[in-house]
Every structure is written in C-alpha cells, then in structure tokens.
Design a protein around this ligand. Sequence first.
Ligand SMILES: C[S@@+](CC[C@H](N)C(=O)[O-])C[C@H]1O[C@@H](n2cnc3c(N)ncnc32)[C@H](O)[C@@H]1O
Length: 222
Amino acid sequence: MPLFLPYEQAVLAGIVRFTAPRRLLEFGTAQGQTTFALAANSPADAEVHTVDIMQWTDYTRKCLRGDETIGAFYRSSPHAGKVRQIFRRVPDEVPDEIAALRGRYDYIHVDGDHSYGGVRTDTVTALDLAAPDAIFTWHDFYTFPDYVAEPPERRGVYPYLNELARSGGITLRHIVGTYLVVGCRTWPQDMPGVLVQPGEPEAPFGRRNLRLADTGWKQGAS
Ligand SMILES: C[S@@+](CC[C@H](N)C(=O)[O-])C[C@H]1O[C@@H](n2cnc3c(N)ncnc32)[C@H](O)[C@@H]1O
C-alpha cells in the first residue's frame, strides 16, 4: 500500500467492522485505498461517499503516483457498487449529494488537504454533516518532532487536532503505531488512553513507519 500503511488498513478495517456504519463519508479519495477499506468492511447495505477536488494540484498528482484515475483502487474491487465518487468544484464546497445527508453520516474519514486551514475546514464540515454519535477518523497525524516543528500551513493535522481535543466537544485518541486519530462526540472525555508527546517513542513500533513505496520493494521481486 503506497500511501496507507498495511497496519493502518487493518486498524481502519477493525473500526469499521466493529462500529458497522451505514453512511460513510471520506474527504480525499486519491487512489481510493481507504475508500476500499471503508467499503469492504462496512455492512453490505452501507453507502460510501468519497470526495476529492475537481482541480488537481501537485499534491493530488503526488498522491496518485502516476495513476490518472481518482479511485482506481476501489473501482477494481467487488465493493465498487457501494461507493459514490463526488468532486468538489472548489476545495471547501459541500456538494449537494453530501449536504442532502446532513446529520445522517455515521462515519467520516478526513484525509484531504492537510494544511491547518484545510483540515480545519473539512473537520468543521464533517462535524456539521455527521450524526451526533458518528465516528470520525483522521489520517496523517504525524508526531515526529521535525514535522511538528514545521509551519502549520504544511503540517496542520497535529496542531489542529490537538486544538480540537482541547476544545472539549469531542473525545479524540491517536492510535499508536498508525497515523490515525479516532474520535466521537459521545465518548466520555476520560475514556482510557495515554497522551503521547512528540519525540516519545511509540513502542513497539519505533519512531517512524516506513511507507512500502519508500523501501524500494517491488512487487514480484524476491
Ligand atoms: C493523502 S491523499 C488521500 C489518500 C487516500 N485516502 C487513499 O487512501 O488513497 C489526499 C487527497 O485529498 C485530495 N484533496 C486535497 N484537498 C481536498 C479537499 N479540499 N477536498 C477533498 N479532497 C481534497 C487530494 O487531491 C488527494 O487526492
């Protein structure tokens, strides 16, 4: 999995299987690996909406890694029929198909624009669109000190989610060993969980998860 780590796929699959949501929304389709995980692990009658931007940026191209089709990964799977792919004309648009389900989404995954402003906009939109007890997940929550030190325009997920957690309206937990954060507005604030600070070792996984594509591994090679 070039973008989404295999262990993260397993964790996300577990969350979706356990919570069994019926209306799922994703910000940031790219190749559609997460879309696949959401569709493959939700109940058979679930509907997955996934949204990306109409005007590709360099970041979109980077995420697609030479592929020209948004959503190619899930489209070639047997779960494609559960997915509706939607495009935003402008980065903060809430397309009509999505607005029509306001208050009824029970799972929302945020993995679009990772700048502080971008993740904030998508999270505020997600909170507005979701049912009160919906489950939220965010990707790309990097706690490496060198990332945390970068300006929030570039690395907004860490500072924004810390701010959101402090605001008190939602309980958030970083899932150690992944770049995922999970949250719910009806979970108690004192739900078990340990706050890991930047630079603290994330045993047993070490400091940084290496993406498969960065290891030089090639399919079929020994
Ligand atoms: C990190 S990738 C998503 C990876 C995807 N979840 C997967 O598993 O393959 C981020 C994607 O978000 C898209 N994006 C950027 N800004 C966005 C926005 N405002 N709304 C929706 N998608 C956005 C990019 O075009 C890119 O395709």
